[in-house]
Design a protein around this ligand. Sequence first.
Ligand code: MN
Length: 428
Amino acid sequence: MNDALKATLAPTLKSWIQSANDPASDFPIQNLPFGIFSDAVNAQPRAGVAIGDWIADLAVLEDARLIDARGTFHASRLNDFIALGRETWRGVRIALSALLAHGNATLRDDEALRRRALVPRSDATMHLPVEIPGYTDFYSSKEHATNVGSMFRDPKNALLPNWSELPVGYNGRASSVVVSGTPVRRPNGQIKLPNEERPIFSACRKLDIELEAGFIIGRGNALGEPIACEDAEAHIFGMVLLNDWSARDIQQWEYVPLGPFNSKGFATTISPWIVTLDALEPFRTATPAQDPQPLAYLRHEGDHAFDIELEVTLRPEGAHTPTTISRTNFKLMYWSMAQQLAHHTVGGCNTRVGDLMGSGTISGPTPDSCGSLLESTWNGQRPVKLEEGGERAFLQDGDEITLRGWCQGEGYRVGFGECAGQILPARG
Ligand code: MN
């Protein structure tokens, strides 16, 4: 990391945009996450960067020759920009940081340009930031895998023998990944009731969330050419929050022997702002100790976890006060993103710019740190109490789930914004 890039991460850096200096803002000048937005003035989706309560319109700034991404910021997805490579991402970050920094008058004092280049975030509609060619979901939280294994198999042998040798994952469904704010319809499907011989066809009765983080591939690999664990982070553009909505009753019947299918394929929600790996660098920390030592292709030196605080709230339709149903941290994940990517490609599988990789449900060691209702209510047996009365074993129609995540710095936080979705009734 060169000095110019390091300077963009200084905790003391301030912006002339006052709302970016609020210690509670997710989007200080140290963050500069990329997204795709439109607004009432310009309905054309284009690239932007969140800064305080504003969005910097990158297409406008590029037209004014203040940043350079070869015209890719006019596109309605970030893939073409991301494909330009890490040096371009970093060049844009450095230029934007300078432009928005306290004391820089170039944009601040050019009123005509400033009016066009800054859009209030509250006026904007966010769109899916990337076209996602492929989506893979892992299962890398030891606490989550242990909870699920205890519940459905055997508490004494909760983890299957392969779990501690490789990052277990499956190929998910990219077509149904949606951006935060998109309503999610309760799925119908086959459910096998305990005392019936055959399944019934019904609306899901055990609709659940999975609190996850996702990473977006920034540089793909050719078919047949694995990505080495030590090189893997250079292939990652950035991270988002991810809710892997799950129909537990459909899942329990269908998942043998090939894994989840309709129980996961109906929707996956991601947050609209991609926080770059560069912005997360100050929050890098040690991964949990791994025992047994992984095979050679899964080894890397140094710190490969990131200290990201995570929170989930549930708000029933019409309620004013949401209930916090989980608080945990991404740094607890047993397998790192680098190890996931090395394992994904070790057999020769190619990845492409924009591919989405889910971490797997992130659960901590206590009931209030579980990343799914399946775990926190122990398959519905111990419902969680809601702030305004009532309780939930699983989601009801009208419930709104919001994931939040942030890295806490000294006097500032690098945040992800929200990853939200409301449940609509099943089709009759
Ligand atoms: Mn999942």
